[in-house]
Write a protein that binds this ligand. Structure first.
Ligand SMILES: C[S@@+](CC[C@H](N)C(=O)[O-])C[C@H]1O[C@@H](n2cnc3c(N)ncnc32)[C@H](O)[C@@H]1O
Length: 274
């Protein structure tokens, strides 16, 4: 296969449409590699919140597992729907939403290779910024690094999640810890020295030789996230910063045991619909 030149990494403005288009294509192109590289760590039916390996079975951020039975749960940016499969095994009724058709193909592949007694997870291909569901149609919503790091207008996602949740429903999502934006995204010692402003919200963009974005990530400070959550009609009930556990010796991109001992890598926001 003929490969083009490596994309250029830069910081520049990237709006909602450009970010969504770039990321859908990027995840379609990279879904196979992502599942090959991380599939064992994620498990087919585990609910892992991030590279530290915090597992919902222990953390119970969505509430006690026994209370999940019969709950309608929306998983946003579900990838191969591993978290949804764990939720289904607890008796919940998950729907797994993702922008990337290729990621959802992996969800279907896992359902076919290892059929669960609860049947295949219902899948929806859509952008998290425009959820194709009626108001108040879910009891719970969750996202493990899905969608939010990649979306320009995350305030809109918070409003959309609030809209589809019933009052009192929980919304739990994990993202890269905002402080990481001040550091190079490297797992080694070069990732331990701050080189950029934590306050610089300019998106990280990889672009091709015509200047067209092929990958985009968006930064929000902790305060930005809290303001977006509360403005959407949600209450922040906890902010979890998982510590790197001794058993986890695996690097995941810029997340590593070395950096995990010193810096938070993941922020998990636990919210409730007012
Ligand atoms: C880091 S992966 C996480 C996937 C899965 N939650 C996991 O833990 O493996 C991010 C996922 O977000 C999806 N995504 C990116 N932008 C999105 C958007 N605008 N709407 C919905 N999903 C999106 C990607 O396709 C990808 O599957």
């Amino acid at each position: 296969m003929i490969q083009g030149p490596e994309p250029e990494a830069t910081r520049r403005i990237a709006g909602a449409t450009e970010s969504s288009r770039a990321n859908r294509r990027w995840w379609d192109r990279n879904a196979d590699d992502y599942q090959i590289e991380h599939g064992d760590f994620l498990g087919d039916a585990r609910f892992v919140w991030g590279p530290e390996g915090l597992d919902e079975a222990e953390a119970a951020l969505l509430g006690p597992a026994e209370d999940l039975k019969d709950r309608a749960v929306l998983e946003i940016g579900a990838g191969a729907a591993q978290c949804s499969r764990w939720l289904a095994a607890q008796g919940a009724r998950p729907v797994a939403l993702d922008l990337s058709g290729r990621q959802l193909r992996h969800a279907r592949r896992i359902d076919l290779e290892a059929p669960a007694p609860t049947g295949p997870v219902p899948l929806v291909q859509a952008d998290a910024g425009a959820l194709p569901f009626a108001d108040a149609s879910f009891d719970l919503a969750c996202s493990a690094y899905g969608a939010l790091p990649f979306i320009a207008d995350t305030a809109r996602v918070q409003r959309e999640v609030r809209r589809v949740l019933r009052p009192g429903g929980r919304w739990v999502f994990s993202v890269t810890h905002p402080v990481r934006w001040a550091f190079p995204d490297e797992p080694g010692p070069e990732g331990l020295t701050a080189v950029a402003s934590y306050f610089d919200r300019t998106p990280y963009v990889e672009q091709d030789d015509r200047g067209i974005a092929v990958y985009v990530e968006h930064h929000r400070t902790l305060g930005d996230r809290v303001r977006e959550i509360t403005a959407a009609g949600l209450t922040l009930v906890d902010l979890v910063e998982p510590e790197w556990p001794a058993w986890n010796r695996q690097d995941w991109g810029g997340w590593s045991p070395l950096r995990g001992r010193l810096l938070p890598g993941t922020a998990i926001f636990v919210c409730e619909a007012r």
